[in-house]
Design a protein around this ligand. Structure first.
Ligand SMILES: Nc1ncnc2c1ncn2[C@@H]1O[C@H](COP(=O)(O)OP(=O)(O)O)[C@@H](O)[C@H]1O
Ligand SMILES: [Mg+2]
Length: 388
């Protein structure tokens, strides 16, 4: 689905200026593609690579690119069309070979084929985004910062990976606060969606959700009890499961009702963040919840991440002591910053909007890097390093 909404990115790693120009003209003249400039990118959908000057090194680059999955489809072009160039090129995984001078018809056909294949794949639910990642956020107690964590993580993921679709679901029936945190006015909620569950698809979901300025699609919780509506048991779990087909990341503010739905959602989650503060009652709850998550939802090990929110280095309970009581490691600490948190909540903004350089905003950025695997921007790695 990502691909229906976003044009496919194209990179031209072509040395000869005339060939480069002519390819740019052809691709820019087609719908559904954007030719990238020199900016770094973690991944491109189509790479056109010119080979011939140093075939051996070029073939090594080609296999590495395809192996690291930073290129969706690879097209090659070369002034030479001798078998010693052509055969290894196609064997290395190139989908098309454009001879030079460029034949526009040939190029257009190849790109059209990519677009058709991508559309077909997304219609069949076989696109790149077929199994979105579920990231569940659970509080060890009320008021520890669960909603804060969910909205800031979701928006940070979207900021880091603008091409992907990010959903944020509020499961706190009656007491949902996600719209408030993001300054959104909406009547939408998952109970309404539940009434129309049979027609759920990408278009319906997006129209029934509310889009935040960050790009995140929000699904609020119902704020009233509607006695007339009877959602099927397991509905929430089914909804989240269905949303995986349409969204790349699904961040869930889990709420406090530990029912079968929630445990099934946790079981299917790639990551479960258990949010805590370093107070004794809270730490004891972490220990209990950790056990329930393991037994009832099979969540343990690296999948469970314990977060100490509002962390003070000189707090009464140290990280070491907390780890001892819990019996495992707290993986993440988020500093306490009362005035920033108040500013955020009172203005319906996320931390990065108020102060992108704050320690808290940086922490959420790092967490988003972990979830997306997109730390490559910083290290100059990713796709671009091959063409430095
Ligand atoms: N890192 C932080 N530093 C200071 N205050 C925070 C931090 N994170 C959250 N808060 C504040 O804690 C309070 C409770 O947060 P909230 O996200 O509503 O918790 P929950 O969803 O667990 O009830 C809010 O006032 C929020 O601004
Ligand atoms: Mg909350």
């Amino acid at each position: 689905m990502t691909t229906q909404i976003n044009p496919l990115s194209v990179r031209l790693a072509v040395k000869s200026p005339e060939i480069r120009e002519s390819l740019t003209r052809i691709v820019n003249g087609m719908n559904g593609f954007t030719v990238q400039g020199e900016q770094n990118a973690v991944r491109v959908d189509v790479l056109v690579l010119e080979i011939g000057s140093n075939p051996e090194a070029e073939f090594a680059t080609i296999s590495a690119l395809l192996q690291e999955k930073v290129v969706g489809r690879l097209f090659l072009t070369s002034p030479k069309t001798t078998p010693d160039i052509l055969l290894p090129a196609l064997r290395a995984g190139a989908k098309e070979f454009f001879s030079q001078p460029i034949n526009p018809e040939e190029v257009r056909n190849a790109f059209q084929k990519v677009r058709q294949e991508t559309m077909l794949a997304s219609e069949n639910g076989n696109g790149q985004a077929k199994e979105g990642k579920i990231i569940s956020i659970l509080g060890a107690k009320g008021g520890v910062g669960t909603t804060t964590f969910a909205v800031n993580l979701a928006t940070s993921i979207q900021a880091l990976d603008p091409k992907r679709l990010v959903a944020l679901i509020d499961l706190n029936r009656l007491v949902g606060e996600v719209p408030l945190f993001l300054d959104l006015e909406t009547e939408a909620n998952w109970e309404e969606i539940g009434k129309n569950f049979s027609r759920i698809d990408a278009t319906y979901l997006q129209s029934a959700m509310v889009k935040h300025s960050s790009g995140v699609y929000v699904m609020p919780a119902p704020s009233t009890i509607d006695r007339e509506t009877h959602l099927a048991p397991g509905f929430l779990f089914q909804l989240v499961k269905a949303m995986r087909r349409f969204f790349d990341y699904i961040v869930i503010d889990s709420g406090m009702v530990f029912d079968d739905n929630l445990f099934r959602i946790f079981r299917d989650s790639e990551t479960v963040y258990l949010i805590s503060i370093l107070s004794l009652p809270c730490i004891i709850n972490v220990r209990k919840l950790q056990e329930s998550l393991r037994v009832s939802a099979g969540v343990s090990g690296a999948k469970l991440k314990i977060v100490a929110n509002r962390f003070e280095k000189k707090g009464q309970i140290s990280l070491g002591e907390a780890n001892k009581i819990i019996g495992t490691e707290i993986t993440t600490t988020i500093p306490n910053d009362y005035s920033l948190a108040m500013n955020a909540i009172n203005n319906g903004k996320v931390f990065a909007e108020i102060s992108g350089h704050s320690e808290i905003a940086k922490m959420y950025h790092t967490l988003a890097e972990d979830e997306t695997g997109l730390a490559a921007h910083k290290s100059g790695g990713g796709f671009f390093k091959w063409f430095k």
